[in-house]
Design a protein around this ligand. Structure first.
Ligand SMILES: [Zn+2]
Length: 199
């Protein structure tokens, strides 16, 4: 005899694949959805189904966006000569929240992790160097996290960018070692951007 109906079991398994969701939370969420009106579950499934249809990568900065270029790249008030390099879309959101950065972004979509087979070609590094070569970029602000892979990625980028005609800066101290920038508080992050330093 099966204690959990297969459809519920399947949903629980799917939810468990999400980051930070263990089987307990997954079960709680699945049962919650089951108790709510069917229309709510349907609305959620429609949102999920449309996710990949309507959201793409911006061809300039590689942010997730419904438009290409994204609203930041398309904004004439942003300084296109200042490019902030971040690991993930979540980092862009954290920096935007500070309201102090008026440049544009470049999202790497990950960090170097040689042990997991993630080298420069698995990230949007070639695209970054291409931007530096072909566009009028004055400054690259390397804003990777101060974790070990984040630092390794920063070192790689700084070494490569040193051979190109561009000023390279990093976030100033204030971000604790080992911290993912999306978890830094807004004021610390804002200060780290404002007092960024030349590499
Ligand atoms: Zn963009």
């Amino acid at each position: 005899m099966q204690a959990v109906p297969p459809a519920l079991e399947r949903l629980i398994t799917d939810l468990t694949r999400l980051p930070g969701i263990g089987s307990k939370t997954a079960t709680r969420l699945a049962l919650y959805l089951l108790r709510r009106p069917a229309a709510e579950a349907l609305a959620l499934s429609t949102s999920l189904a449309k996710l990949h249809q309507s959201i793409r990568l911006c061809s300039r900065c590689y942010a997730f966006s419904e438009n290409d270029p994204c609203t930041i790249c398309a904004d004439a008030r942003r300084n296109e000569q200042l490019v902030c390099v971040v690991e993930e879309p979540g980092d862009l959101l954290a920096i935007e929240k500070t309201g102090v950065f008026r440049g544009v972004y470049h999202i790497l979509h990950g960090v170097l992790a040689p042990m997991e087979g993630i080298g420069p070609d698995e990230l949007k590094t070639r695209e970054l160097f291409q931007r530096v070569r072909t566009q009028q970029i004055e400054e690259i602000l390397v804003a990777t996290s101060s974790t070990v892979p984040g630092e390794a990625t920063a070192s790689y980028l700084i070494e490569r960018l040193a051979t190109m005609n561009v000023r390279v800066t990093r976030l100033a101290c204030g971000i604790p070692m080992g911290m993912d920038i999306k978890y830094a508080d807004e004021h610390t992050l804002a200060r780290a951007i404002e007092t960024r330093q030349l590499t």
